[in-house]
Design a protein around this ligand. Structure first.
Ligand SMILES: Cc1cc2nc3c(=O)[nH]c(=O)nc-3n(C[C@H](O)[C@H](O)[C@H](O)COP(=O)(O)O)c2cc1C
Length: 196
């Protein structure tokens, strides 16, 4: 099979996996990024194997490269490794046991604190800070940063799943992680190698 035929066949297989027998839309340009995006699925069972050294830093670099509204960079991320904390977070998430099992658990924070501190330090009133729109923008930024991390993780052969259930009890999550006022965990994210 020549390389062009192999690429067309892998595209065809990816479209069949995504859309079933119809094969979905007649997509045109194709590459490895497209293949990885169409192969996304959430992973809820993990091997105990740790992620390779530097993986957290790679995912953070990908996240920090996402677009951010008005360049305000509202996102912070906390990697939770303490088993006792993971146990409580699993309980808050309705006993989603995979939180305890997965090697890397990331809590994505809409961080209104950092910009509030900067404006206080600069003695500049941050007029839009109390607006609901500002909070919404922060949550959008967080989602975009986290999705960049997901795409990066999947491109590295890792599985992920978002955990929106952190919002079952956001105040308990904030207390557990020692978040300052005006910061809020929008969702968690598992990262690890998918079990068979
Ligand atoms: C913001 C957000 C929160 C989610 N929260 C959870 C969750 O708490 N637990 C879970 O098992 N899956 C969660 N998911 C994963 C979705 O259930 C999953 O993406 C959806 O069913 C589609 O499946 P797929 O990701 O395999 O395509 C969440 C997804 C998103 C985007």
């Amino acid at each position: 099979m020549d390389s062009l035929t192999a690429a067309t066949s892998s595209q065809h297989q990816a479209l069949l996996r995504r859309y079933g027998a119809s094969g979905g839309p007649a997509v045109g340009p194709w590459n490895e990024v497209m293949a990885s995006l169409l192969d996304h699925r959430s992973v809820r069972g993990y091997k105990p194997d740790p992620v390779p050294p530097g993986t957290l830093e790679s995912l953070v670099a990908a996240a920090q490269s996402a677009a951010t509204s008005s360049n305000m960079q509202w996102t912070s991320v906390i990697a939770v490794s303490d088993p006792a904390k993971k146990k409580v977070l699993a309980e808050i998430a309705g006993n989603q046991k995979h939180i305890e099992q997965c090697p890397l658990y990331l809590c994505w924070v809409a961080d209104m604190t950092r910009n509030a501190l900067i404006s206080a330090e600069q003695k500049v009133e941050f007029e839009t800070m109390p607006w609901l729109e500002t909070f919404l923008v922060a949550c959008i930024d967080v989602a975009m940063a986290a999705q960049n991390a997901v795409v990066a993780a999947e491109s590295l052969g890792l599985g992920t799943v978002y955990i929106g259930a952190m919002r079952n009890d956001p105040e308990r999550v904030a207390r557990l992680l020692g978040l300052p006022k005006q910061s809020f965990v929008v969702f968690g994210l598992f990262v690890g190698y998918a079990a068979e």
